[in-house]
Design a protein around this ligand. Structure first.
Ligand SMILES: *[C@@H]1O[C@H](CO)[C@@H](O)[C@H](O)[C@H]1NC(C)=O
Ligand SMILES: *[C@@H]1O[C@H](CO)[C@@H](O)[C@H](O)[C@H]1NC(C)=O
Ligand SMILES: *[C@@H]1O[C@H](CO)[C@@H](O)[C@H](O)[C@H]1NC(C)=O
Ligand SMILES: *[C@@H]1O[C@H](CO)[C@@H](O)[C@H](O)[C@H]1NC(C)=O
Length: 456
């Protein structure tokens, strides 16, 4: 559970090559973006060993510090990124790997709590995988072949249900919020992190939309309101990291994946409610503030670590990709915001792709895109860099693709299609259940987390 900072890991300083940009990209041309994305994806999968003998399917090399840089949750991000890639490019090359890798990690109870990792599971970790499963359902990924395997939508449902119950078990002023850690003996059990709550929110909102389920829509709405009430989102739409369960002091650091998840969930709620004014304000507020905070000069930057004296640990290096995804999905679901979002996604993705000039083919990408990123950290190449850049390219392509906006009506709910339904969320729902929200991205702020906790 304690996730050590990268500085504990051996690192090699990689110097920037003199030769520029082997990765050819015209950011205004979809075919060019697709070609570049195919190369970035290929190099990403070059870091995936899950199909080699003796290796575990579904995961990138890890966990730190001894077995590799990547925690369990990163596998969920890997598959979600490739599901998006498949959806926006139509390239089905990785379909088998995605299905096999995700199916391997569903766990006995089909809730993404596999025994190997359940002891230090966080709600945010679990939500990353569940959100990937939901993306799989929405984009029509084939079901796992094993006859007793749950389908993707059911996996997402199982997690949302489980997490809603956990959220209700919290108590006090912050009652209804999800804790970071699932188990009481773990560090992080006394921390109510935005990552878990926003991950759950995004999951509940998207699932509500996909299955036309008013109960879930209501849960998602109360989850957002709770995050506002306890100060995780302020009235300027800053999104803070979390709060201790004594509910007294908010940790005001801002990490970009949290904003990405809140945007995703809010955009689904805007659709779900057929354009409700409250959700439109939230979407617009989050878009404006997110672009302001995380895209100085139009290029995504993890401002809490890049350009500061703190090294970005591996998890932090992955957030920019999730940020890009959140904005891309928002632009699909809330087309009125496209004029604000798309130009920034383009400048950022173009800057990201310009870093893809390393390695023997001079096309491996780097994590830091902003010219003033100022990081001493030499470990800039690797799966994290490929994931971020691929997400950035995917996000631009989302502008041209019919999205999750139109529900497939897959399974579930009233099977309605189109945007028919479910305005406000009413009916059943144990009204009190507050909602939980959890979101993707496992939090894991490594050494920083401990440092942060020490401040309280
Ligand atoms: C759990 O660990 C065992 C032993 O390393 C491995 O064979 C198995 O694939 C792992 N399962 C998952 C879901 O990672
Ligand atoms: C809140 O939960 C904690 C542990 O989860 C417990 O120790 C405490 O007694 C609870 N407080 C109330 C008011 O229920
Ligand atoms: C992409 O996802 C949408 C739904 O979000 C789906 O309708 C479409 O068929 C998918 N396209 C591909 C190529 O997977
Ligand atoms: C809607 O979601 C709620 C909460 O997850 C669930 O209990 C209920 O069965 C769902 N309703 C339908 C019709 O699927």
């Amino acid at each position: 559970m304690v996730r050590p900072s990268n500085s504990l890991l051996g690192r090699v300083l990689l110097s920037a090559p003199a030769v520029w940009a082997a990765l050819d990209l015209d950011i205004n041309n979809d075919d060019s973006i697709k070609k570049a994305a195919a190369l970035v994806a290929e190099d990403l999968m070059g870091y995936y060993n899950g199909e080699k003998p003796g290796e575990i399917p579904g995961l990138l090399p890890g966990p730190p510090p001894n077995s590799g840089d990547y925690y369990w949750w990163t596998g969920g991000l890997l598959w979600n990124t490739l599901i998006d890639y498949r959806n926006v490019t139509g390239d089905a090359k990785y379909t088998d790997s995605i299905v096999k890798g995700m199916a391997w990690q569903t766990g006995q109870k089909q809730d993404f709590m596999p025994a190997n990792y359940s002891l230090d599971m966080t709600n945010s970790d679990q939500a990353v995988w569940a959100n990937a499963a939901l993306a799989a359902a929405m984009s029509g990924l084939p079901k796992p072949s094993s006859p007793d395997a749950a389908d993707w939508l059911q996996l997402a449902r199982n997690v949302v249900t489980e997490q809603s119950l956990r959220a209700v078990n919290s108590n006090g002023t912050c009652s209804g919020a999800l804790r970071w850690a699932v188990l009481p003996m773990n560090a992080g059990y006394n921390y109510l992190d935005t990552n878990s709550n926003a991950g759950h929110f995004a999951l509940a909102a998207a699932l509500a939309h996909e299955t036309k389920n008013d109960t879930l829509a209501k849960q998602a709405a109360s989850g957002y309101e709770l995050m506002t009430k306890i100060g995780l989102i302020d009235d300027k739409f800053n999104v803070f990291d979390g709060i201790r369960d004594d509910c007294k002091a908010v940790n005001q650091q801002q990490f970009s994946q949290n904003a990405g998840l809140l945007l995703t969930g809010s955009a689904y709620m805007l659709q779900q409610t057929n354009g409700d004014e409250t959700w439109k304000k939230r979407v617009d507020g989050l878009v404006a503030r997110t672009l302001e905070v995380f895209f100085p000069n139009g290029v995504a930057k993890e401002v809490a670590c890049e350009g500061s004296t703190v090294d970005c640990v591996t998890d932090m290096k992955l957030f920019k990709g999730m940020l890009h995804r959140g904005l891309g999905v928002t632009m699909q679901l809330a087309p009125h915001a496209k004029d604000k979002i798309l130009p920034v996604l383009k400048t950022s993705a173009a800057a990201a792709a310009r870093t893809c000039a390393n390695g023997k083919d001079q096309r491996l990408c780097s994590v830091y895109w902003a010219s003033n990123s100022n990081q001493k950290d030499g470990a800039t190449l690797g799966a994290a860099a490929q994931l971020d850049v691929l997400n950035a390219l995917n996000s631009v392509l989302m502008a041209s693709v019919q999205s999750g906006g139109s529900s497939s009506g897959a399974a579930g709910g009233s099977g309605g299609n189109g945007d028919a339904g479910a305005a406000g969320a009413k009916k059943d729902g144990p009204g009190s259940m507050g909602t939980a929200t959890s979101v993707s991205t496992a939090a894991v702020f490594g050494g920083l987390f401990l440092g942060v906790m020490a401040l309280f």
